[in-house]
Design a protein around this ligand. Structure first.
Ligand code: ZN
Length: 198
């Protein structure tokens, strides 16, 4: 079976940066399952997998625009320390979450503290980097209707956290909560995944 839209694909990968350092790898761990065509993984990696099949091994090098985007100087901001919640203890290198004007969460890293201000970098840590992936296609299968509805693969290797990735998406929608309950029941019957305790 070939990798195409709506297939669940399991891959092993090692991500190397332009200085040949290893940034991330599934080596020694379970492979990563994802839903092909659903933008679950970075665009250049997803495109490189199109038409592959189980057993294929290859390397692909992605420019920043196929990866995490260009580095944007405008995403480095000088913010007053007084904007932090009272009593916050911060240090250079800490990650902080900010909410922008549209209510989106933005993850940033405190690069420096300068007097009453802090320099926060909201670029993705891999923005502007050229990425090389060594990929092995482990498995290709049809997605289940449930996976297609959710827009992501259900991880057979997940621990007791189970289908944790749904939680954020389904807070605000009662109907989807019901779907999630059904999913938990189904997974319990299959002996896969545990329902999280409240
Ligand atoms: Zn799901």
């Amino acid at each position: 079976m070939k990798v195409s839209k709506d297939k669940v694909v399991e891959i092993h990968y090692t991500l190397r940066l332009d200085d040949d350092s290893v940034e991330d790898s599934t080596e020694g761990e379970a492979p990563l399952p994802y839903l092909h065509g659903a933008q679950n993984i970075i665009p250049g990696l997803e495109a490189s997998l199109d038409g592959r099949q189980a057993g294929d091994k290859y390397s692909v090098t992605l420019t920043p625009d196929q990866g995490y985007g260009a580095y944007d100087e405008e995403l480095v901001e000088l913010l007053p320390l007084s904007e932090l919640p009272e009593g916050s203890e911060i240090a250079e290198g800490d990650e902080i979450l900010s909410i922008d004007e549209e209510g989106n969460e933005m993850a940033g890293v405190i690069e420096r503290i300068e007097g009453e201000n802090m320099v926060v970098n909201y670029n993705h840590p891999l923005a502007g980097r050229t990425l090389t992936f060594d990929v092995e296609v482990v498995d290709v299968r049809d997605a289940t209707p449930e996976e297609l509805e959710h827009g992501h693969a259900h991880d057979p290797y997940a621990d007791e956290e189970g289908d944790w990735d749904d939680e954020d998406e389904e807070w605000d929608d009662e109907e989807e909560w019901e779907d999630e309950d059904e999913e938990w029941e189904a997974e319990e019957e299959d002996g896969e995944g545990d329902k999280p305790t409240a």
